[in-house]
Design a protein around this ligand. Structure first.
Ligand code: TXE
Length: 496
């Protein structure tokens, strides 16, 4: 079995304590590797290495950083098959899903590499004989804390703008999926990112994660995870006035208006709810269906849900693998019991699949609740599993009210052919990402993040690049006239 050190300063190092921890394959509970168990001392060492390297990387021109990031995109592309199967082993998502997801990642390095190359400062007007300009400079060393559900995608969304803007970084990946993030480090090194700019400390949230979040040596912490984790990290970071960007929990709604083709609406709901076994922050966890098509939609969803092929995630024909961990499966079971106790109707799934290949892994059937009331816990809280809650509605206003009546505000999708209604509803929804006749769509250029308890700041797009910089304003006096405030020359003084 392979043992991994943590990737710091361009090489793999053991933890200061010499300890490691196992990475478990969720399809059968076997240990796929051991990884160094980083803690405070390892975070301190990684930050020191990053601080040393940061001035070198910051001094590279944007064009040079852009070239390196384009090279990184090419190398990443060539290593995708290996990365995809490792992601499957770490988190249990089907190989087809991981191939489709990882194939997109080079775009992030190309997009942000292009931004590094093309960013311009500004020349704001300044009254009088002055040249006034701004430049964006790196923040220094940033901390990136990532979850397990899309290990490389979420990391890439943070690494690409951070690198483009000239920062060094210390990454604390999820303890459940720490291997592929380190391989990204190898790719960066091969592309020409100087050693020490991209560092990974593997370990747990309460140890390495907390040490990173409260370290004075970082200028920003960027986390994706649960809302409670985000609050804890933000409060630790706040003590040092460290900037925080956070992409947290969600309870996205899929809204089907009466003019939606039933088959298309059903396909949309299944995709929104069950991809990644529902373990995505923008999962379409609530399906709002207009009462006029409700019964037809529900009947089709129940039929099609039972046909989803659960199995070995490395098989090409598998459509749903195990959940990431026994803990996550137990959480889903707990919420299914809560839903039943609350009086929702369990229309599909609701149990572990039976039989030999499933017993050793953390499998759970795709599950549909109907007759869900908007205030029920299963319709309010993030479950992070393959559970869809169907809620009927009568009017557009009622649909908007239900969509907004949760603490979260990450995403929603609106399905209708009525253009005016689509935009009206989209604009009334309190969420950061709204799709019209689509779901889960993402692009390197398109701002991604949440309203309300779903987070702070945005990933992707120019705003993400800018959020990894700080503005420096330079005011140049173009006058050669002497100026002496304290001169006893009898003149009335003006500072302008
Ligand atoms: O995520 P955590 P977990 C939600 C989802 C899930 C729940 C728990 O509801 O059921 O969170 O999942 C690090 N200081 N999402 O436990 O705990 C942790 O080590 C510093 C939503 O996997 O939020 C990991 O690297 N760091 C979500 C990262 O934070 C800490 C994605 C996320 O872990 C820390 C994943 C601490 N005190 C889970 N505690 C989304 N919105 O995409 C934890 N971490």
């Amino acid at each position: 079995m392979k043992s991994w050190g943590m990737f710091v300063g361009g090489q793999y190092r053991p933890a200061a304590s010499g300890k490691d921890f196992p990475v478990i394959n969720p399809k059968n509970g076997s240990t796929i590797a051991k990884v160094a168990h980083g803690e405070q001392a390892d975070v301190d060492a990684a930050i020191a290495v990053a601080q040393q390297a940061s001035s070198t990387w910051a001094a590279y021109s944007g064009a040079r950083r852009g070239d390196i990031m384009h090279k990184a995109a090419e190398i990443l592309e060539s290593r995708l098959p290996e990365l995809a199967s490792l992601e499957v082993d770490q988190i249990g998502r089907p190989i087809n899903e991981m191939r489709a997801q990882l194939a997109r990642l080079p775009e992030w390095f190309r997009y942000f590499g292009a931004l590094a190359r093309t960013q311009e400062g500004t020349v704001p007007p300044f009254d009088g004989h002055f040249l006034n300009y701004t430049r964006r400079v790196p923040l220094g060393v940033v901390g990136l804390i990532t979850p397990w559900n899309h290990p490389l995608l979420i990391l890439t969304k943070k690494v690409a703008p951070a690198l483009a803007a000239g920062n060094a970084m210390v990454i604390k990946p999820s303890e459940l999926a720490p291997i592929t993030p380190m391989l990204l480090g190898e790719i960066m090194a091969e592309a020409g990112v100087p050693d020490g700019v991209f560092n990974v400390v593997t370990g747990f949230g309460a140890g390495a994660g907390a040490a990173l979040s409260q370290h004075k040596g970082i200028s920003k912490i960027d986390v994706t995870g649960g809302t409670e984790t985000g609050k804890v990290i933000a409060s630790m970071a706040g003590k040092n006035l460290t900037q925080v960007s956070a992409e947290l929990g969600g309870k996205a709604a899929v809204v089907l208006f009466p003019d939606v083709d039933v088959q298309q609406g059903v396909a949309a709901a299944l995709f929104a709810s069950f991809i990644a076994s529902g373990q995505t922050c923008v999962q379409g966890a609530r399906l709002l269906v207009h009462e006029s098509i409700h019964d037809q939609v529900v009947a089709e969803i129940v039929r099609r849900t039972a046909q989803i092929r659960i199995g070995d995630p490395l098989e090409k024909t598998t459509q749903m693998g195990p959940l990431v961990s026994a803990r996550q499966r137990d959480l889903v079971e707990k919420y299914v019991a809560i839903g039943q106790a609350e009086g929702a109707h369990l229309a599909a799934g609701g149990q572990r699949p039976q039989g030999a290949p499933f017993e050793a892994g953390f499998y759970y059937e795709p599950t549909v609740f109907t007759h869900v009331k908007p205030h029920m816990r299963i319709a309010q809280e993030e479950i992070f599993g393959p559970v869809m809650c169907v809620i009927p509605f009568k009017t557009e206003a009622e649909a908007v009210e239900i969509v907004n009546d949760v603490d979260f505000g990450l995403a929603a999708s609106v399905w209708t052919k009525d253009v005016a209604r689509a935009h009206r509803v989209a604009q009334a929804i309190q969420a950061g990402i709204i799709w019209i006749n689509d779901h889960h769509r993402i692009d390197a250029s398109s701002p991604w993040g949440g309203f309300k308890m779903s987070g702070l700041g945005r990933e992707n797009g120019i705003v993400a690049y800018q959020a990894y910089t700080q503005i420096q304003n330079i005011i140049v006096n173009l006058s050669s006239e002497p100026f002496d405030w304290y001169a006893d020359d009898g003149q009335e003084k003006r500072y302008s």
